[in-house]
Design a protein around this ligand. Structure first.
Ligand code: SF4
Length: 317
């Protein structure tokens, strides 16, 4: 997550390019139609547009079929948790240390096993429910990958802290940290008109101007929908604009010692993106209201990677 602070620092024009947005979450034009207001969905269920016909939402919400937990989904949840825990650990650490002994790198290294253990424990039940369990080698590789995340975030954080401590005569670690790594990770948003179940909690809000989500696995263009959903909800809840969204996209590959963030982004949430998201949201809600199965795509290859393949194509495999 601290990678996003660095990315933002390297995008100096971002602050001066606020988009001319008309579709704000506090504007009733963006609200779900009155006849669909009864339906409440988690942000991810609306924003995840993997299924070409949206049959996944019908199976889950109308037929009550749960997506079976997978090793990939479990890993995604643990990765999110590790990023957020790193930030919280740093926040706590800098509130207690002084410029004379501030050593975030050393601190996070010495706590990395704890951090990983706690994050995995949080999702133990998801792990227990995975049908195709990973083997020991896959688990070991995942642990190593989590250590890459901790190492990289520790390096980013520590180098900025050390730079400022070296530069400022009256350096105050907490002030330096809060100023540069200005993230909120537990902001609960209540937005009853946007169709989301409450509370919706984005992975992070940075400097009160960028709302963000952590995503792992392959990049998909629809990942930005999650932050549009959160931005609309934030605007409805606070009455304040949220102009930018960020996806901290994470890939963990063997041939690098650091997590890969090629697709990590900070984007303007313009009207075009908002409109596209609202169309998806309204279509999904209509499917749930009508209780009509939208059917499968013509070709199973379009379903590659979906956990519902046994449900949808089991009889034709
Ligand atoms: S298997 Fe295909 S049709 Fe069925 S929910 Fe998944 S993506 Fe949609």
């Amino acid at each position: 997550m601290h990678f996003i602070a660095l990315l933002h620092h390297r995008m100096p024009r971002l602050n001066s390019t606020a988009p001319n947005v008309k579709l704000r979450g506090f504007d009733p034009k963006t609200w779900v139609a009155p006849e669909l207001q009864e339906i409440k969905l988690p942000v991810n269920a609306i924003a995840h547009v993997f299924c070409p016909t949206y049959r996944d939402i019908y199976l889950e919400m109308v037929e009550g079929k749960l997506m079976p937990p997978t090793w990939e989904r479990y890993q995604g949840r643990v990765i999110d948790e590790v990023y957020k825990s790193i930030h919280k650990e740093c926040e706590q650490y800098v509130s207690q240390c002084k410029a004379s002994n501030c050593d975030i790198l050393g601190y996070l290294f010495s706590h990395q096993d704890d951090l990983i253990g706690k994050a995995k424990k949080e999702f133990q039940r998801d792990f227990d429910d995975i049908a195709a369990k990973p083997n020991e080698d896959e688990i070991r590789k995942f642990d190593e990958a989590l250590k890459k995340i901790i190492r990289f975030e520790a390096e980013i954080t520590s180098s900025h802290m050390d730079f400022e401590i070296s530069r400022l005569k009256d350096a105050n670690p907490k002030k330096i940290f809060d100023n540069f790594f200005d993230f909120i990770t537990d902001y609960a948003i209540a937005a009853k008109h946007q169709g989301f179940g409450t509370p919706s909690i984005p992975d992070f809000i940075f400097r009160n101007t960028i709302i963000g989500d952590i995503k792992s696995g392959p990049w998909r263009d629809f990942l930005i929908y999650t932050v549009i959903a959160y931005a609309l909800a934030y605007e409805e809840c606070t009455g304040e604009p949220m102009d930018f969204g960020s996806i901290l996209h994470v890939n963990l590959i063997d041939s690098r010692l650091v997590p890969i963030h090629y697709d990590a982004t900070i984007e303007q949430l313009n009207d075009h993106l908002r409109q596209r998201f609202m169309l998806v949201r309204d279509r999904k809600m209509q499917i749930i209201k009508d209780k009509i199965d939208p059917g499968k795509p013509d070709d199973q290859t379009k379903c590659a990677g979906c956990s519902f393949q046994d449900v949808c194509w089991g009889d034709t495999k």
